[in-house]
Every structure is written in C-alpha cells, then in structure tokens.
Design a protein around this ligand. Structure first.
Ligand SMILES: [Ca+2]
Ligand SMILES: [Ca+2]
Length: 147
C-alpha cells in the first residue's frame, strides 16, 4: 500500500462517521410514514401513524379538508371525524393546521412541514393535555386556511 491509497481509506472512514452522527442527531419523527406522500398531510385513527394496524389506512389531503365527517380512512369504513389520534405534515412549504370543528372552527394546533405527532393523547405542539385525541373535524395547509 502506498501513501496515496492509505490517505483515501482514511478519508472514506471519516465521511462514514460524519454521516452516522447526523442520523443520530435527527428527531425520532423526522421520517414521514411511508403512506404519506411528499406534499400531503395525513391522519390516522390510532397512534403511531396506523389505522387498524396499517400505515396505509390513512386520510390524506394536499390543500384542505373542510369537514372530516365526509371521509373515511382508506381501506376502511371508519369515519375520519372525531377519530384521529396521529398526524403527519409531509408538505413541502407550509405548516398544516388541524381544528376541533368543521370549517376551521374552535381549538386548533399546527405542525411545521416535515413533522408529525404520533400520539395526540400525550399532547400536541402548544398543548400538553390529550384534548385533541379523537376530536379533529377539519384541517388545512397554511396557504389555504389558517387561524
Ligand atoms: Ca381514534
Ligand atoms: Ca403527541
């Protein structure tokens, strides 16, 4: 082994360690659930981004949902009204907002882009109690509706 090849091996090892450090530092919920496409926000009936045990059974929107009573989680007969326990905002530009009542009324909370809340029961951003568990009735990205 000559001097040049030893140097290259050393450089590759350093890069690998740096990438590992970045992965460890990332928030636990940084990765979007697999069923929530880029640009969408998604809701699930249960905590941890599932409905009946599957991440695929979700409600998603790319602009707004004025009344969740009009929709069911995909592959189910479960109404999305007053049932959601987790949400992810996989939008690319906007924060997403989630309201207690239809047509963007009463209490709300917001998730910045590329973040989620895997369990409304232990609180949501800006609120520490489980108030929003099974209570959402409308949702929207910031550019369409916001408080
Ligand atoms: Ca539920
Ligand atoms: Ca939570």
């Amino acid at each position: 082994m000559n001097k040049t090849s030893r140097f290259l091996i050393g450089a590759a090892t350093a890069l690998t360690l740096a990438a590992g450090a970045v992965a460890v530092a990332a928030p636990a919920n940084a990765a979007a659930p697999s069923s929530c496409a880029s640009g969408a926000s998604c809701l699930w009936d249960n905590m941890n981004y599932v409905t009946n045990g599957s991440v695929n059974n979700r409600l998603y929107f790319v602009q707004f949902v004025d009344n969740l009573a009009n929709y069911k989680y995909s592959n189910t007969q479960i109404s999305t009204n007053d049932t959601a326990n987790s949400a992810y905002n996989n939008g690319n530009t906007d924060a997403a907002y989630y309201w207690e009542d239809a047509f963007y009324k009463k209490a709300w909370f917001t998730l910045p882009k590329k973040t989620g809340d895997s369990d409304f029961g232990n609180g949501v951003p800006g609120r520490s109690d489980g108030f929003f568990n099974n209570r959402l009735s409308s949702a929207s990205f910031y550019s369409i509706h916001h408080p």
